[in-house]
Ligand binder design. Structure first.
Ligand code: PMP
Length: 282
């Protein structure tokens, strides 16, 4: 089992993280999760452009180009014989004596990536999942895919402790996003989803979903929607790299629609499958 450690591919057991790595101490860094189907990365360019942008937003200028990262990650997939799974990658601001201000810019970023075998979540895709509602208590730069995930972790844990899959977060009346996914609703044949702003992560799955919907003639409205809109929606679903397009069939104690995955959600799943097939088909 191999990993990428500061640009080199080495055995996982050889990789050592310094106790003064700023990622470890401050959550000072950014990350990505990329899906691999049939040993090919799905929407890799979008993920790698996003990590460069996330880094830039916290004052880190990555020294790797999209193509350099792609090449390294492709080598890692091959080395680990990964067929279906995910790549986790992160850059931290590097190792320096613990002190809040950024260290000098000649301190090298720590770059780590590893692979994991993960099957497609077929049962959830077919049957849907349950969610809870949770006030969004996170900071105001949720567009950055930051290593600081405490708010997300706490929201997810609350969902799991109640036997649910996801926490749908809201700031007051406005639905923002899940703890590790974006949320969309369908009302009278139109898809509504929160616009890409500082209040959500602009999901790559979300963007692909919008693209395939627009191509297929499903109207998409990128506007904030309310808790009331959520409660009266015909269909609700979440989207993320690992969960793809997962129907939400119950929120707190209340069924969504008929309590089964909706017709349009299933159509969007089909369109998304076709996008995977066209990019990663064997
Ligand atoms: N929002 C949050 C908070 C997330 O953690 C994720 C998953 N990384 C998403 C949205 C979905 O993003 P993507 O489709 O790029 O995986």
């Amino acid at each position: 089992n191999y990993v990428i450690f500061n640009g080199n591919i080495i055995e996982r057991s050889e990789a050592n993280v310094d106790i003064e790595d700023r990622g470890y101490q401050f959550g000072d860094g950014v990350y990505e999760v990329i899906r691999v189907y049939n040993s090919k990365m799905f929407t890799a360019t979008e993920h790698l452009e996003r990590i460069i942008l996330s880094a830039k937003k916290i004052g880190m200028e990555l020294t790797y180009t999209v193509n350099e990262m792609k090449e390294l990650l492709t080598q890692l997939i091959t080395k680990n014989s990964l067929e279906h799974g995910t790549i986790y990658m992160q850059f931290s601001r590097g190792v320096a004596p613990r002190n809040h201000p950024y260290p000098p810019s000649d301190v090298a970023h720590s770059f780590v990536a590893y692979t994991k075998e993960v099957a497609r979540p077929l049962a959830n895709l077919e049957n849907g999942v349950k969610a809870i509602l949770k006030e969004d208590i996170r900071w105001l730069l949720c567009d950055i895919k930051s290593l600081n995930l405490l708010g997300n972790v706490m929201a997810k844990q609350e969902a799991v402790s109640q036997g649910c899959y996801e926490a749908i977060q809201h700031r007051g009346e406005v639905v923002t996003e899940g703890s590790s996914s974006n949320i969309s609703i369908i009302k009278d044949g139109t898809l509504y989803t929160h616009p890409a702003s500082n209040l959500i992560l602009n999901g790559i799955t979300r963007r692909k979903m919008i693209e395939v919907c627009e191509k297929d003639g499903i109207p998409v409205v990128e506007e904030p929607f309310s808790l009331n809109d959520l409660n009266t929606a015909d269909e609700v679903f979440l989207s993320s790299t690992t969960s793809e397009i997962t129907p939400i069939v119950q929120i707190n104690e209340k069924q969504v629609g008929e309590g089964v995955p909706g017709v349009l959600t299933k159509r969007i799943q089909g369109l998304f499958d076709a996008a995977i097939e066209s990019e990663c088909g064997s």
